[in-house]
Design a binder for this molecule. Structure first.
Ligand SMILES: [Fe+2]
Length: 355
């Protein structure tokens, strides 16, 4: 096993999303899938930096522009669209768009259940000094979860509040989905399963209420000038995602750190317009624990903390109706419906944030 100071880099040129499906050979997909699999094993980390993926920088920048609107003070005007949220209250799980923040969280049709989004928000935005334990909990930290199929049928048109929102988020969602599907199809080869295994799992991704795959926009606010920082602090607590895989687009401020399978922290260093691939809880389960989820957190030094940090994560989930079974037939984890597992993971999450 090789020791890491930077994450491995994997070139996506041959499976680039600017290529049509017909232009991609199964051998290229197989080779790409085996490269990812080998990299995970060789470097002891289920995460990699992907280059030449074909997602347009302009699409990422456009999403960043609309996400930055969430920070503006006049954002309060959206409050009438949102039902007040109470900690511990059970919400409707079929989410369209929710926005947490302001006064501990305002939310409509939350995907979160028992523990509420308020806790999620608080944990997500917790800023903690490493050693002293001093904390600063910003009041205006916001995260927005966008599920296009549900946004279409929502009573809220967020374009009325943030012009251009739907176009920008839809574009980044679609390009991220295309890349995620290519990566997942490629992984079917080293996992020795049917080429359409993952595609069948997300058949309902465009049907409202059937699949929670989402693009999440996050803003971590800058800290007050007088906030005492001598060292690195935790901007987002360490957590794993519940997804099959997650694609993390580059943020405007660095600080993302992932952990190897043996627990070593590695800072994420991007090359050009690269992005980050991570594994989630669902893939871990499907692979009988062979590909565990990637623990990750966001750290910040004084300079980084004086800028608001905007980031976008694309999380791909299975359709709720799908029965999740270990691919190797071992039943290391007993078969379970995606709906039940995702709810369970959410409930276990009281002591650790998951996206
Ligand atoms: Fe995450």
């Amino acid at each position: 096993m090789e020791q890491l100071t930077e994450l491995p880099i994997i070139d996506c040129t041959k499976i680039n999303i600017t290529l049509d499906d017909a232009e991609i050979d199964d051998n290229d997909l197989r080779e790409f899938g085996e490269d990812i699999f080998e990299s995970f094993k060789r470097y002891d980390v289920t995460s990699a930096v992907l280059t030449n993926h074909g997602i347009s920088e302009e699409v990422v920048k456009a999403a960043e522009r609309v996400t930055s609107e969430l920070e503006k003070p006049d954002f309060k005007k959206i409050a009438p669209y949102f039902a007040p949220m109470k900690l511990g209250e059970e919400f409707q799980r079929k989410c369209d768009i929710h926005i947490d923040g302001e006064d501990g969280g305002i939310v409509k049709h939350s995907f979160a259940t028992k523990h509420g989004v308020q806790l999620l928000t608080k944990k997500l935005m917790l800023l903690k000094k490493d050693k002293s334990g001093d904390t600063f909990n910003p009041e205006n930290g916001r995260t927005l979860r966008f599920v296009p199929s549900l946004a279409q049928v929502s009573v809220l048109n967020i374009d009325d509040i943030i012009p251009g929102f739907n176009k920008a988020y839809n574009a980044l969602f679609c390009e991220s989905l295309k890349l995620a599907k290519r990566v997942l199809t490629a992984l079917t080869f080293p996992l020795h399963t049917d080429r359409d295994y993952f595609n069948k799992m997300i058949e309902d991704i465009h049907t409202p209420g059937e699949n929670g795959s989402a693009l999440r926009g996050n803003i971590l606010p800058k800290v007050p000038q007088d906030f005492p920082i001598d060292d690195q602090v935790v901007r987002i607590n360490e957590h794993e995602d519940r997804s099959i895989i997650t694609i993390l687009h580059q943020a405007n401020v660095n600080g993302l750190t992932v952990k190897t399978m043996s627990g070593k922290s590695v800072p994420v260093v991007h090359k050009g317009d690269s992005l980050l691939l991570q594994t989630g809880n669902i893939l871990a389960r499907l692979t009988s624990g062979k590909l565990p989820p990637t623990p990750h957190s966001v750290m910040g030094n004084k300079e980084q903390l004086q800028q608001s940090r905007i980031s976008h994560a694309f999380l791909i989930f299975p359709d709720e109706k799908v029965e999740l079974r270990c691919i190797d037939g071992s039943d290391t984890y007993p078969p379970v419906s995606a709906f039940i597992l995702l709810n369970d993971l959410e409930n276990q999450d009281l002591h650790g944030l998951k996206h």
